[in-house]
Each structure stands twice: as C-alpha cells, then as structure tokens.
Design a protein around this ligand. Structure first.
Ligand SMILES: O=C(O)C(=O)C[C@H](O)[C@H](O)COP(=O)(O)O
Length: 597
C-alpha cells in the first residue's frame, strides 16, 4: 500500500503553493481571527435575529450558550435534485436540537436546471448563475450570527456557487448535505438512442417525450455522471460532505442517517478552529477534488468551476495543472456518458468510498487531508450501512463491479478523463473518457457557425456528408455567457454513427452528459476576445487530436479579419447580464466576475 503521494502530484502541489503564496496568505489573513461571540452583537441586532423563536430559545442564541447553525438553501422544486430539500431545514433543526444547538435558514439562493434550459434562451444565464449563487450565499450569511452553516445545493452551478460564497465566510465551518440521486429509470443509452432517432425524424415527439419521462421520473439528481454528480463526488473527495455518502438515494435509511450525522459533525466542528472552511480548503483538499474529477472522467464544467473555487480560497490554478493531474491519474470508473451504467450502479459497486480508498492506496489522493468530521480523509471514508437507528459504516472494500469501478492497479485507462487541447487555435479541453479511442483524431475541413440552431438546420438540410469539424464560435463567456450546447449531441452522434469523422470545436460549454463525439470546448481566447477561432472560414482544415492534445489549423489566419460579432439577444433577462459579459474572466480563469485583483 503506497503511503506517499505520487511524486508528480506532490511537485504540482508545491508549484501551486509557491505560485499562490501571496494570494493564499492574503485570503487567510483577511479571515476574522479568534472566536466570534454573539454576546458582542448589539441587542437590537440579536432581537431581530431571534424574533421568531420562543423566549427560552432566544436566550440560548443571544447568550451564545450553544452553536447556532445557519442554513443556506438552494431549494426549489424545478430541480428534481433539490426537491427533497423542502423538508431539510425542519429535519436539520430536529437533529440540531437533539444536540442542544439551534438552526435558522440564513438565506436562499437561486438554482436553475440546465436540463430544463438546454438549447433555450435561459441557458445563457446558466454559467453566470454560479456567481449569482455565490453572492446570494454571502447575502444570507451576512446576517453573521452563526457558528457554522449547512449548504443545501447539488446541481451543476449551485454546489460550486455555494462553496465559493461560503469561502467568503471561511472563518466558519460548513458542511454540504446532499439529497442523492433518483432511482434508475430508462437507461441513459436507451434515452440517447431515442434522441438520435428523433433527430433523424425516425421517432415521434410522443415517443421521445415518453422516453424522456422514463429517464427523468422522480425526485433526486439525474442518474448520469454529469456535472451535478461530478461535483457531488468532488465534495466527498474534499471532505466537505461525508466521504462515501454522495450517491445514497433520497428515501434511503442511509440518507436519513447522513442528514443527522452531518449535523452532528458540523455542530462538533464549531468547536474546532482547524475545521473552519478557509483552512480546510487547502491545496491538498483542492487537488484531491481534481484527482477525483480525473479518475472518474467527470464533467468538463469543473475545469471552469474549480478554478474559481480555488481562487476563492486564494489558490491560482490553470488547465496546465489539470492536465498534469490527468496525465498521472488513472481512469477508474465507467459511468454514463463514459460507460453504460449510472451512478446507482457506481454506488452499488462501492461508490465514492471505494474510489477514494483505492486512490488513497495508490498515492493519488492525499489521505492525510482533513475533513469536516475532524478526522483525516483516510480515517473518515466509509460506506454507509442501511440501518435506521444510528449512523453506521463499514470500511470500503474492493469493487463489487469491475465494469463500473476498478482498483488503481487495473484502470480503464492509465490517465485521466480530461485532456488539455492546444495549438494555433488556442487552448480548450476535451472529455476523452467518453470518446472511444478510434474517434479521438479528426482532421477535416470545417464548417463555421455562430448559433447552435444554424448547425441543427444545416444537419436537417442534409449538408453534412463528409468528414467535418463543426466550429461553433461566439459562445464564450464574453459573447453570450457560455451556454452548454448539449442540443448538438444527438446530431453529432448520428453523423458519427454514419461513419463520418466528426468533431466539434467551440468556445462554449458542453453538458457533463455529453459524450461519444470528439470535441475541443471552452476554447480560449474566445472569439469575442479576438481568439483565432474568429478567423476560421468554411473549408479551413482543422485538426482535433485528443491523443496528442492538439487543436490546430493549417489555414493562414494572419491576414484575416475576425468574423462579425453576432448581436446579443436581450430577452429572457439576458440584457441585465451585459455588464457581466463585459467584465467576465476567461473560461481558463474561471469565467468569473468575483475576483478583481
Ligand atoms: O450535467 C450537466 O452538465 C448538465 O447540463 C445536466 C443537464 O441536465 C443535461 O443537459 C441533461 O442531460 P441530458 O439528459 O443528456 O440532456
């Protein structure tokens, strides 16, 4: 059993720490120091805080007799993953009271579903919603009468946004309490097959709707390994939620036990200054999360979000760092879109506990990193047992399904799921874990578009008959807020199934659920920031090579004018985000408006 970290990861950690020395020190020195005591808060302020409570509870809170725990909730029932949160504040309060602690909902944040908005106007608000959520979390926490707080949010932008917001209050301990995935419905591959048939006019709208309803059928997170489930795994790897608990079902006894146990852990963490969030989220914790992302072939969206999460804790990371991590981290899971099974099958095989355990054994995850539980990652990670009475665990064992979860000694591939793509067209990323080896290289004339619906129209007109690189420009954060372009997945899949070499190059994003087709996405600099992709024209030969990480054109772009910038639509609230588009940082810098220095 390896006890030391992989030398490449160790060296990278040292580089990140060195590069971030000033920003990390500034972050830590700006955290309020020493114990915070509510008895120092003004009486009128406290009376406002406790106005809703009966007299005895008022005194307990105002005299700081026990921990007062805030709850920041991203509850709404538009998101199946968040619907169970309706009951959580009451459950949390019950468990906290049993420990003598009190709770209060500090605030709510928005939460949008990318499944609902995919391919529609609302998707142009999606990426920016992460920063809105971070800001909203800060507004809730600004009441500043808490000893610690619970974060309720699971989906794509929401968990990273909550974490970034919470890091603004890094002097407090935080715990995430998720709700878990929905039960397995129609398999993801069946769903994708019906979508491809519909894209070719071979399945009716009614057939398609029924297929979708069988896939998305109840409360809980979607079952594919997309952005939400990737971040759930990463939070387990950071020890910010119970390491091993992410994928217990909403209605399971394990989930009920995890809610109680998480409240217990947070209540206890309020007495341990070493567990304040800002201290806990250090370079080990961040790198463990990124190793988890690479080992599981997780969502490309986190190459953007975790740059911002790191920045919020004072760390400077970029895609070269992610490429280094990916180059040495073995791919150990196969969950759709990287395989055929879903996260419930992954959980049954051993889940995040099994994955963490083998990555600790192999020296990829630092088992010494602390968790909110107050014990090291290696000493905390466990599988939760289905007993209703009390929280009960067993140590992670070997994988129970080698088609889904492998030990580090026998990986699906020797390196990780995301590759950095670079060349004379800029820098982007590719989720190679979902792309078969034979589809990882395309060199072909391109077709250039500036709207995903133009691509769909061209497909429907039968214009794609030869090897092709689809270039979709002006989809970056400065252009239209960097939407996910997952509506293109079925048609690109159809072209690939017809035997055409096909690849996508874009400065936009793809859903974590996108797979199968080679793509270089998040391309920086984006077209709107005068990136080279703005100078491509139909017929230019573009090479997308995920084996070597190359994104290149043979065309001479030096004498070309950039293509005209499409007008930005302002309906559906998009006009209000113009100032965000004007000032947002690049995708590689986290696509954020929160960090101005
Ligand atoms: O994981 C992500 O990044 C997402 O954006 C989740 C969205 O809900 C997907 O768009 C839905 O995935 P599909 O059902 O395959 O369309």
């Amino acid at each position: 059993m390896a006890t030391t970290l992989h030398p490449t990861l160790l060296k990278l950690r040292e580089r990140i720490e060195k590069r971030s020395a000033a920003t990390r020190a500034a972050y830590l020195s700006n955290l309020p120091q020493g114990p915070q005591n509510r008895t120092a808060v003004g009486c009128a302020n406290l009376a406002h805080t406790t106005a809703i409570f009966p007299s005895p509870t008022k005194r307990v809170i105002s005299l700081h007799k026990s921990p007062h725990l805030g709850i920041v909730t991203a509850y709404n029932d538009m998101l199946s993953a968040h619907q169970p949160f309706a009951l959580y504040p009451e459950l949390i309060a019950k468990h906290a009271h049993a420990l003598g602690a009190t709770t209060q909902v500090a605030g709510g944040t928005p939460a949008m579903c990318d499944g609902v908005t995919q391919g529609r106007e609302g998707m142009e608000l999606s990426l920016f919603s992460r920063d809105v959520i971070a800001l909203s979390a800060c507004v809730g926490l600004s009441h500043d009468v808490f000893d610690g707080a619970i974060l309720l949010g699971v989906c794509d932008k929401i968990a990273p946004g909550l974490l970034i917001g919470a890091l603004g209050f890094g002097h407090l301990p935080f715990v995430f309490i998720p709700a878990g995935p929905m039960e397995t419905g129609l398999s993801n591959s069946e769903k994708a097959k019906t979508r491809q048939l519909a894209a070719q006019g071979k399945a009716s709208r009614e057939t398609l709707l029924q297929s979708e309803e069988k896939a998305y059928h109840s409360p809980g997170t979607c079952t594919f390994y997309g952005t939400a489930n990737s971040n759930q795994l990463m939070l387990d790897f950071m020890g910010l939620q119970f390491p091993g608990g992410a994928f217990e079902l909403p209605s399971s006894p394990q989930r009920q036990a995890l809610i109680a146990e998480s409240v217990r852990a947070l209540e206890s963490a309020t007495r341990n200054p070493a567990l304040q969030l800002g201290t806990l989220v250090d370079s080990r914790c961040l790198m463990n999360a990124l190793v988890g992302l690479m080992a599981s072939g997780g969502s490309t969206n986190h190459t953007i979000h975790w740059v911002s999460v790191a920045r919020a804790a004072g760390y400077l990371i970029d895609w070269t760092d992610l490429e280094v991590i990916s180059s040495v981290t073995p791919l150990l899971t196969r969950v759709y879109p990287n395989g055929t099974e879903d996260v419930n099958a992954f959980q049954a095989a051993g889940g995040t506990a099994g994955l963490l355990a083998t990555l600790i054994d192999g020296g990829f995850v630092d088992g010494e990193a602390p968790t909110v539980w107050g014990t090291s990652m290696a000493n905390t990670v466990a599988e939760v047992l289905p007993t209703a009475e009390a929280f009960s665990t067993r140590p992670p064992g070997p994988s129970r399904n080698l088609e889904v979860l492998r030990p580090y000694t026998d990986p699906f591939q020797p390196d990780g799921g995301i590759r950095l793509m670079q060349g004379n067209l800029g820098r982007g990323v590719c989720k190679i874990s979902a792309v078969k080896k034979e589809h990882r290289f395309v060199e072909a004339p391109c077709r250039v578009f500036t709207d995903q619906h133009q691509v769909i129209d061209a497909f429907e007109r039968g214009e794609f008959t030869q090897a092709l690189v689809v270039v979709l420009a002006h989809q970056g954060p400065r252009a239209n807020g960097m939407p996910e372009l997952h509506k293109l997945t079925p048609i690109l899949g159809v072209l690939q199934d017809r035997g055409l070499p096909v690849a996508l190059v874009t400065d936009g994003r793809m859903s974590g659920a996108s797979g199968k087709v080679l793509s270089a996405i998040h391309v920086c600099p984006e077209a709107k920031a005068d990136g080279p992709i703005a100078r491509l024209r139909d017929g230019d030969v573009v090479r997308v090579d995920a084996h070597e990480g190359v994104l290149h054109t043979t065309a001479d772009l030096s004498q070309r004018e950039p293509m005209p910038t499409p007008a930005q639509a302002v309906s559906h609230g998009r006009g209000y985000f113009q100032v965000w588009r004007n000032t947002v940082s690049s995708a590689e810098e986290g696509a954020s408006n929160l960090f101005t220095d």
